[in-house]
Design a protein around this ligand. Structure first.
Ligand SMILES: Nc1ncnc2c1ncn2[C@@H]1O[C@H](COP(=O)(O)OP(=O)(O)O)[C@@H](O)[C@H]1O
Ligand SMILES: [Mg+2]
Length: 415
């Protein structure tokens, strides 16, 4: 491929093993912003290092899953190293053979989240391992993998985007102030998007607009920060996101989103999706515990019909675990039901993006959504990114809708 000039940091992460002041490190840790070139420069460096120093040894490329590894590392690597080394691809068998100047080595692919990788990794001896996006892998898997690197001169190559400051990888490999990190003979390089000279200002700004709140701090600034306080913090603002006197245009497409509960509250929202934004027009919210009366699925179904009276609904997006209510809606044969995609963290990231880019609005009568925005919190004690499961019912139906429907329309994300 054509490289834009490599930045000093990219060069260092590629060639540290050959430089007098850094070659005695056993490991390298590159963290920081997305798109800064961590994966590219480390992958090239890893191959050059291993081919120069070893022959007939085994190495490992590891990603979150084998599929994401192939997509982000193995396939692009063939362009990055074109004309430099000879790569014999064996994608279906999950390894490649690389040769250079009479040396040949084998590189296995592993996925830290793939069950099948667990047993396999216990049975090989390695001269080096590259863990791409290591913060997304379970600690137990990473430890297994590191224990396999027993060949003399072996080195460990890690990269990741930042996560919580409570994350095990931060505490053990990144944080300069932790004892565990101090005991490790590792080189730490911190990247930002400015370390990738191939990114135009326009592209950098596009990425900056994609994230806000804790996600901005992590993915753009490259900082390890705890998700704390209100989930939507200042991302949701009444004066900005509440609309008065909204009348849908003729082209609006209508949806309903549902978070189902019998003991817990049940929340439904009616949405109008316009060309450039979505508006929550009205909502239904019922708290069976507070009212001491639980409602049946048929009663909820009547509430749904009443909520959408007069509107032509494209889809009803429902809590995927609400099997009985989904059956009830289907039985009536009136609405097209879709199970929501439930991914809490990516859903929250999506909502932040939509709020930040003026895609998401609420009519003032959506009182329970507005109330929950002011109460919905991160669970700071959980040790990972987790929300407190309270005041999260309108927040959940909102999240189902944004992640299942709006993400595709306004963020051009697939899947
Ligand atoms: N020096 C460079 N020249 C050309 N393209 C580059 C260079 N550095 C990075 N890139 C490209 O920039 C994008 C982001 O790089 P990547 O290594 O995936 O970043 P990260 O792993 O930090 O998210 C990729 O498409 C990569 O090919
Ligand atoms: Mg990467």
């Amino acid at each position: 491929m054509m490289y834009t000039e490599l930045s000093p940091k990219q060069l260092q992460s590629m060639l540290w093993w050959s430089q007098p002041d850094t070659k005695n490190y056993d490991a390298i840790v590159c963290d920081g912003s997305v798109r800064s070139g961590k994966t590219m420069s480390m992958t090239v460096g890893f191959v050059l290092w291993s081919m120069k120093n070893f022959n007939n040894e085994n190495f490992v490329f590891c990603g979150k899953t084998i599929d994401s590894l192939k997509r982000n590392v193995i396939t692009p690597m063939q362009k990055w190293l074109e004309g430099v080394v000879k790569i014999k691809v064996n994608l279906s068998r999950n390894f490649i053979d690389i040769s250079l100047n009479g040396h040949s080595n084998r590189y296995y692919f592993f996925g830290g989240k793939d069950e099948s990788s667990y047993q396999l990794i216990q049975s090989i001896t390695l001269a080096g391992i590259l863990l791409d996006e290591v913060a997304l892998m379970p600690k137990s898997f990473v430890e297994q993998a590191l224990a396999r690197c027993s060949v003399n001169g072996s080195k460990l190559w890690f990269n990741c985007n930042p996560d919580s400051s409570e994350h095990w990888f931060f505490r053990e490999w990144v944080d300069e102030n932790s004892e565990k990190t101090k005991n490790k003979n590792r080189l730490h390089l911190h990247f930002t998007m400015d370390d990738n000279f191939s990114l135009s200002d326009e592209v950098k700004q596009r990425y900056e607009r994609m994230y806000s709140g804790v996600f901005y701090d992590r993915y753009i600034l490259g900082l390890w920060v705890l998700a704390e306080g209100l989930v939507y913090g200042t991302a949701f603002r009444k004066e900005r996101h509440i609309v008065e006197n909204y009348t849908p245009s003729d082209n609006a497409v209508y949806y309903v989103s549902v978070d189902y509960g019998t003991l817990n509250p049940c929340s439904m929202g009616l949405w109008a999706v316009e060309k450039d934004r979505a508006v929550r027009i009205k909502e239904y919210y019922y708290d069976g515990r507070r009212k001491s009366v639980q409602k049946t699925d048929e009663e909820y179904y009547s509430a749904l019909e009443k909520l959408v009276d007069g509107f032509n609904i494209k889809n009803v997006i429902v809590d995927p675990s609400a099997a009985s209510f989904i059956t009830t809606i289907k039985k009536h044969g009136k609405f097209s039901v879709r199970k929501a995609r439930n991914d809490v963290l990516n859903g929250i990231r999506t909502i932040m993006n939509l709020l930040d880019n003026d895609r998401l609005f609420f009519c003032a009568n959506c009182k329970d959504t507005i109330r929950e925005f002011a109460l919905y919190r991160w669970d700071e004690k959980s040790g990972k990114d987790a929300v407190i499961k309270e005041n999260d019912h309108a927040m959940d139906d909102l999240r189902y809708f944004c992640y299942t429907v709006l993400r595709r329309i306004f963020m051009n994300e697939e899947g």
